[in-house]
Design a protein. Structure first.
Length: 293
């Protein structure tokens, strides 16, 4: 379908009788390079809520150029930020995006069609097409990447984890046909910060849970991560892009367990360990009680 026809069909579905309204949540921190393209991909939505984690670049300024609702909140991890945001949107049906993701017209049409017909499930997986330095990564496990991002907020909640928290949803969760575009990293500088943060947060989560990191974790897990993604999951078929992706994932695993080992060594020596801030408020992790009719 030509792009003009897709736009016309989106407009038609937006005004279809009985269509359920939808809110889009976009979480941000120093995303001036991404935020406007992300917002533009969902301008058809009934509400767009941008929740910023006290950015120090032009993210907030650029977001305000568009018809969005903007809130700011300290960052306690992706799950906490998204749960907090879900409690502040106007509509029950929610679509969550990270700033480096884009909704395609075809995916918008698929979601709108469900909202017109009435969704049969409480949540849906969205596949992600991961793009690294301009190339779609088709192997190393990234080709099967999918996340639950379109759901009814009364039936979904993220668990209390600082990193790698998947939405808990009631009932079956089918996969939509069309994929999100995910601009995973545009440069090594940009991805390095993300890699380092995830390693730090993962180690902090493990330390809070009383986990240890010995030789097997420090050496075995990163090596296995590389072998699995590069050879078993055919990352080598993506050429140099695949080598860099698999190598960085393995190094990120090493950083996490090295940091966890560091925490444990210092703790046993009697040092007080200062961890990144966690959100321990029960209201963040519990679903709000349904309102009376």
């Amino acid at each position: 379908m030509p792009r003009a026809d897709r736009k016309a069909e989106i407009e038609r579905l937006l005004h279809a009788p009985g269509r359920l309204p939808i809110s889009v949540i976009i979480t941000t921190f120093n995303e001036e390079i991404n935020i406007e393209d992300c917002i533009r991909s969902v301008l058809w939505a009934d509400e767009i809520l941008v929740v910023d984690s006290l950015s120090t670049d032009r993210t907030v300024e650029l977001a305000r150029r568009h018809p969005v609702k903007l809130l700011e909140r300290e960052y306690f991890g992706s799950a906490a930020q998204k749960n907090w945001s879900m409690d502040r949107v106007e509509n029950d049906w929610v679509l969550i995006l990270d700033a480096d993701e884009r909704l395609t017209d075809n995916l918008a049409l698929e979601i709108l069609q469900l909202l017109v017909e009435g969704p049969q499930f409480y949540g849906y997986f969205l596949r992600r097409r991961n793009i690294v330095l301009g190339k779609v990564i088709r192997h190393s496990g990234w080709s099967t990447d999918k996340v639950i991002r379109f759901f009814h907020r009364d039936h979904g909640r993220y668990p209390d984890r600082r990193v790698h928290a998947d939405l808990d949803i009631e009932g079956p969760t089918p996969v939509l046909r069309n994929a999100l575009l995910h601009y995973t990293f545009r440069s090594l500088d940009q991805y390095w910060e993300k890699l380092r943060n995830y390693a730090e947060w993962g180690a902090a989560q493990g330390f809070r849970e009383g986990r240890r990191a010995g030789l097997l974790a420090l050496a075995g897990r990163p090596i296995w991560r590389f072998l699995r993604t590069y050879f078993v999951q055919l990352g080598f078929l993506d050429g140099l892009h695949g080598l860099v992706v698999c190598g960085l994932q393995a190094f990120g695993s090493f950083l996490k367990y090295a940091r966890l080992w560091d925490y444990n060594v210092r703790s046993r020596a009697g040092e007080e360990i200062t961890l990144p801030a966690f959100d321990d408020s029960k209201t963040t992790w519990q679903r709000p009680a349904p309102e009376d009719d």
